[in-house]
Write a protein that binds this ligand. Sequence first.
Ligand code: HEC
Length: 133
Amino acid sequence: MRYLSLPDAVVGLPLRAVCVLLLALSASGCAKEETPRRVTGGDAERGLHLVRQYQCGACHAIPGVPGAGGDAGPSLAHTGRLGYIAGRIPNQPANLVRWLQDPPALKPDTAMPSLGVSEEEARHMAAYLYTLR
Ligand code: HEC
């Protein structure tokens, strides 16, 4: 046992390093795809469908949504890496979900109206918007 422990440690070290590296790589690979769904509890594909249905594109330019070229609101092209929603609300999943349901509740003087979006719908749309980076 005593003789085995030294080579074990020597061989085990690089192996462990490789494992950690592989884990890190696969984790970051997963994170890219899974993060929007995980953080908002929504489904990006359904979100895209809802964004079309609610005609968000009447006021927003949205890449990936044909005809979405409105300019009453900002482009949603980079919502996934936006620091603040509407210039002042920290862009965290819970805030984006609330924003989509009722913007004036978070920013009374905003020009974005409440569109009657349910919480579930907002989660799906937020999941989609977070894929836009
Ligand atoms: C009647 C026009 C209008 C419609 C319809 C509309 N928005 Fe907006 N939206 C705005 C305006 C104006 C702002 C800027 C608000 C502010 O800064 O106070 C905004 C802001 C936003 C923001 C924050 C963007 C940023 O850069 O800060 C998001 C996200 C957003 N809207 C998503 C949506 C989604 C999703 C829909 C459809 C469910 C939608 N909007 C429908 C007008 C609209």
